[in-house]
Design a protein around this ligand. Structure first.
Ligand SMILES: Cc1cc2nc3c(=O)[nH]c(=O)nc-3n(C[C@H](O)[C@H](O)[C@H](O)COP(=O)(O)OP(=O)(O)OC[C@H]3O[C@@H](n4cnc5c(N)ncnc54)[C@H](O)[C@@H]3O)c2cc1C
Length: 462
């Protein structure tokens, strides 16, 4: 039997559910579609994420050339491209891995319908998460809305399954053999797509992903503590690879469960957060439009364009916030602690609607993932699941003192403050740092304003 295996956010050739199934059943052809509808919306024609994807595809192409095969590359609307290619190749089935984003679900439904009309099967497999929506339910069969009980049930489900972690092996020798003059290696796809090659600091592909995982493994035992400090390499830095599927989620669970340290447990719990947010997006797609707890949409944020501009440009006068935003703007990366600090700062100190921040992160983050980004913003704005109560507001000064105690991270990104010592740098005296912008708002004053804004919800807060 001949199958078309459509790769999307799963850019690897190992432990790949759809590809493994396709190759077990017979010959398979790999296809990747540059989605016109997504690419046209990207304003920045130097978007590093495209280079990351192309690098990943190039690595895959190099690997399968050893087997005389190639990846078919198309540019257009997948709803048209996939059924067209399936007909051209006369395949019996199209296989892919499930994607839980509303746009992807809608697209895949349309693709499935068209294929069905052409007498071609369309099957999707669980791959990008460890457990899907119906696999981790409350004892009453309900869907979890809060993280900690979800996590406990996730672990219980894993343990009662005998801790089995499937490995979807891929026999690449069974890929269809053909020559491809428009392959990702032989053709200038940047020119066709209207983008400029802009490599990121992190090179795409599975080899780089595996190197990062190997580099992190000995540091995992320190993770519980070290993960909070942006100036040191305390986290895995794998998110971009996870986002594009250069590693499988099962690779991560294997790494996290192979060790017994507190650090490994904490790291596994982050992987569970990821499953949780994907489940939330799948079950409650309204989160892409507004608050998870709908009553929170009643909060009207008074912060406007000027406050937002100071935030996005890293010119708020709050050193830790400005350092984090400048780092994001230059590298496309931001440490988790800082994401929480700047997100809380935007909506609870500058009083700007969190959805503007969510949108900005979506444009800038190399690891942008709708489920995790939306979940992170809703958590920070206290509108989501397992939200910190709204009255818990991150203090940018004390966060800075606690998590960048020597001011190393600030010094790296805010040169105007580089001469200040560890005591002075978190809340600089304007006389000592005349080149640095003054705080655009008063933290204390706006903290009170924030509490007033959210107080309209007092009656509904549990
Ligand atoms: C406002 C906000 C926005 C965020 N946006 C994104 C996003 O677009 N994409 C993204 O991958 N993560 C996002 N996160 C979660 C987290 O900040 C990043 O996953 C993490 O910083 C990536 O660094 P790392 O790979 O070194 O993570 P590690 O600490 O090594 O964690 C390992 C992996 O677990 C997953 N993970 C870790 N923390 C979380 C979390 N809180 N929620 C979901 N998954 C998690 C990621 O895949 C991460 O790579 C966001 C968090 C916040 C507060």
């Amino acid at each position: 039997m001949s199958t078309l295996c459509w790769v999307r956010r799963d850019l690897r050739l190992h432990d790949h559910a759809a590809l493994s199934h396709a190759l077990k059943e017979g010959e398979a052809t790999l296809v990747f579609v540059f989605d016109k509808l997504i690419l046209e919306k990207l304003k920045d024609k130097h978007d590093r994420r495209l280079s990351f994807i192309i690098d990943s595809l190039k690595e895959m192409e190099e690997m399968i050339r050893h087997f005389g095969s190639s990846i078919v590359i198309r540019y257009g609307d997948p709803v048209e491209e996939i059924p067209r290619l399936a007909t051209e190749l006369r395949v019996k089935n199209v296989y892919c891995n499930r994607d839980y984003e509303p746009y992807a679900k809608d697209r895949d439904t349309k693709v499935g319908k068209r294929l069905l009309a052409q007498g071609i099967g369309f099957d999707q497999f669980k791959d990008s998460v460890f457990f899907e929506k119906h696999e981790v339910l409350t004892n009453q069969g309900g869907v979890y809305k809060v993280f900690t009980p979800y996590k406990n049930k996730w672990i219980e489900t894993f343990e009662t399954s005998g801790k089995v972690i499937p490995d979807f092996t891929c026999d690449l020798g069974r890929l269809r053999k053909f020559k491809n003059s428009h392959s990702i290696l032989d053709h200038d796809w940047y020119a066709d797509l209207g983008f400029v090659e802009t490599p990121s600091l992190l090179g795409g592909g599975t080899t780089n992903a595996k190197k990062r995982l190997a580099d992190f493994a000995p540091r995992m035992s320190d993770y519980a503590e070290a993960r909070n400090f942006p100036a040191i390499p305390g986290t895995s830095l794998l998110s971009v690879y996870i986002r594009h599927g250069n590693v499988s989620v099962r690779d991560l669970v294997r790494a996290g469960t192979a060790r017994r340290s507190e650090g490994a447990k904490t790291w596994l719990s982050e992987i569970i957060w990821r499953d949780f947010y994907h489940m939330i997006l799948d079950m409650y797609p309204h989160v892409t439009k507004g608050a998870f707890k709908r009553e929170y949409d009643k909060v009207i944020f008074p912060g406007g364009a000027q406050e937002f501009k100071s935030w996005e440009e890293g010119q708020t006068g709050f050193p830790i916030v400005d350092a984090a935003m400048r780092c994001l703007n230059q590298t496309g990366m931001m440490h988790n602690r800082l994401r929480m600090v700047v997100a809380s700062f935007l909506c609870k100190t500058l009083l700007v609607d969190w959805k503007h921040g969510e949108h900005y992160f979506a444009e800038k983050l190399l690891d942008f993932d709708l489920a995790a980004n939306n979940g992170g913003w809703q958590w920070s704005a206290s509108t989501g699941c397992d939200a910190q109560p709204y009255f818990r507001i991150f203090n940018p000064y004390s966060q800075s003192e606690k998590f960048d105690p020597k001011g190393e991270f600030i010094r790296q990104w805010v040169p105007e403050l580089a001469h200040l010592n560890a005591r002075e740098i978190h809340k600089p005296d304007p006389l000592m740092a005349p080149d640095y912008v003054r705080p655009v708002v008063s933290y204390e004053l706006n903290r009170k304003r924030c509490l007033d804004l959210y107080s309209i919800l007092k009656t509904t807060e549990g």
